[in-house]
Design a protein. Structure first.
Length: 241
């Protein structure tokens, strides 16, 4: 385990990666290090992955303290987050995200990079809130959301920062299935067991084939989004028109 906030457990071909910082699961440089380390180990174990958070929240997105610092750690954090989307999208075995609640911004983009997404019934929201807080939506999240959401939901999520409840998140494409909090992990494991029946070579090849354009775009967009973040900071947090 590379981070105190990221735990890795492997059993019978299934790896569970749990993000839990005891708070809002902010994605800091240390947390990203833990997630990358866990995925490396999962790939060595040839494991189907279940990615999950703590009770009530998957992730609130980037660590705002690091973001506001505006230093080298900020840029490294942004690079790690945006690059993680491609890492998950091309992971050679199925990736299931089991979310027990809120997901915001980078937490949403991480989730949408998965192959299968489980949510729970409840009173919470899923939102990419960049535009609502004055940030032009970066290129990488646009690419990730466009390949997962319905066209109408994509427009509302990106340009209007719409907050989706669990039911509307299913119809929008954020979730594939809703379950109860009590059965979330059992359902995730059941789906993972079912996915064991796949030919993993064919799964990996097909996944890379249908996502090749998006993955290539993400790798091209990461440095552009980082440069935009630097310019945005130099302009005092106001987008240049």
């Amino acid at each position: 385990m590379a981070s105190n906030s990221v735990a890795y457990a492997f059993n019978d071909g299934i790896a569970t990666i749990t993000i839990d910082d005891g708070k809002r699961n902010a994605l800091s440089p240390a947390v990203f290090k833990g997630i990358y380390s866990a995925f490396r180990q999962a790939e060595k174990d040839k494991a189907i992955v279940i990615l999950t958070g703590r009770e009530g929240i998957l992730s609130a997105g980037y660590d705002l303290k690091v973001m506001k610092a505006g230093n080298a750690d900020t840029l490294r954090m942004l690079r790690a987050g945006y690059s993680l989307t491609a890492r998950i999208m091309e992971y050679p075995y199925p990736v299931i995200t089991a979310s027990s609640g809120h997901a915001y911004a980078m937490g949403v983009f991480m989730m949408l990079s998965s192959d299968y997404i489980l949510g729970v019934q409840g009173d919470y929201t899923i939102t990419a809130n960049e535009v609502a807080i004055g940030l032009p939506m970066p290129r990488v999240p646009i690419t990730v959301m466009k390949q997962r959401l319905t066209p109408a939901a994509f427009q509302r999520a990106v340009t209007l920062a719409e907050a989706f409840n669990p039911e509307s998140a299913v119809s929008a494409g954020f979730y594939d299935e809703l379950t109860s909090v009590d059965t979330l992990m059992d359902t995730a494991r059941a789906r993972a067991e079912h996915f064991k029946n796949l030919d993993m070579t064919a799964h990996s090849f097909t996944k890379r084939r249908i996502r090749a354009k998006q993955i290539k775009a993400i790798r091209r967009q990461v440095p552009l989004d980082i440069m935009d973040a630097v310019r945005f900071a130099l302009q005092g947090g106001k987008p240049k028109r």
